[in-house]
Design a protein around this ligand. Structure first.
Ligand code: MG
Length: 303
């Protein structure tokens, strides 16, 4: 176990059993995992959701990704049924496995039986993610019925009913959950990166982490640099999209402030396209242009 893992294990063990209103009592005082270690130099590892890269097969998509200079691929729903196929296709290509989609999971449903069902399914997917590898499993906590969606205060209390056990399962499985905050147009719960960081701190273990999506962050008016600083120690994926959810560079959204935040926290995981090419534009031409713009803005993010 490395130093970070040891610290997390110690913190997690130290606070086990202590809870106030469902939250671990000492969580707020727990040291930030990465703050304990000297920061590695941040790296820009460009990645993409598999559906955005042109190609008639996974092998063709991987070939194109290599041409574009990307180094990772994020997989959509159904990855759990293609573990051997994905492993074989990526072997020796230099393209790594990014985050794995899970999506909505009823972890904040008012009904405990529904929460437990959601937690069980998520644990099953975490076990499969441990088998495949990759950054972790992207999770959107929701209630099952649309009209039962709790807001932030209520939802986080409900979530703590199942979250610590899921985090422990994730660690055992060799994976992690990666909470994705969405804009208010898409969810009433978990809209900002600092809120996701609050959840991670409450659990204080390496199995519960978070990500940021530039599209949602722009919609919520987040200060990208500040938000990523708030996620220090827990950030394990970033989604890249423009303001209109097109390829970066296809509208005016700048990534410089966010990249400054990533550099300050020594970010080591993927930055992954989750968007589409604007209507009438050719992804074979536009993705390389977008990657070039991202590299330029990464260089412009001086810390
Ligand atoms: Mg996203």
């Amino acid at each position: 176990m490395d130093r970070r893992g040891f610290i997390l294990g110690s913190v997690s063990g130290a606070v086990a059993g202590l809870s106030v209103g469902g939250f671990r009592a000492l969580a707020q005082e727990a040291p930030k995992p990465d703050a304990e270690t000297s920061k590695a130099k941040a790296v820009l590892k460009l990645c993409s959701r598999e559906n955005i890269i042109p190609g008639n097969s996974l092998a063709e998509k991987i070939e194109n990704m290599k041409k574009f200079g990307g180094v990772g691929m994020e997989f959509l729903h159904g990855w759990d049924g293609k573990i051997a196929e994905i492993k074989a296709a990526l072997k020796g290509t230099g393209i790594g496995i990014g985050a794995l989609a899970f999506g909505s999971c009823p972890l904040i449903d008012p009904d405990k039986a529904v929460r437990d069902e959601g937690a069980a399914k998520l644990k099953e997917m975490l076990s499969k993610a441990g088998e495949l590898g990759g950054t972790g499993v992207i999770v959107i906590p929701r209630a099952k019925a649309k009209d039962a969606q709790p807001g932030w205060d209520e939802g986080r209390k409900i979530l703590m009913d199942v979250l610590p056990a899921i985090g422990e399962h994730a660690v055992k499985a060799g994976s992690r959950i990666v909470f994705e905050p969405l804009n208010k147009g898409e969810t009433k719960f978990l809209n900002r990166v600092d809120q996701a960081a609050e959840l991670c701190k409450a659990v204080a273990g390496p199995g519960v982490c978070l990500m940021g999506d530039f599209f949602h962050m722009a919609k919520e008016g987040e200060d990208d640099e500040k938000s990523f600083l708030a996620a220090d120690g827990y950030l394990h994926n970033v989604h890249l999209a423009s303001r209109g959810r097109f390829l970066p560079g296809q509208d005016d959204l700048s990534f410089v402030a966010g990249f400054r935040g990533l550099k300050k926290i020594g970010y080591q995981d993927y930055c992954s396209l989750e968007c589409k090419a604007a209507k009438g534009t050719d992804p074979m031409i536009e993705i390389p242009k977008s990657f070039a713009l991202l590299r330029k803005q990464w260089d412009e993010a001086i810390v």
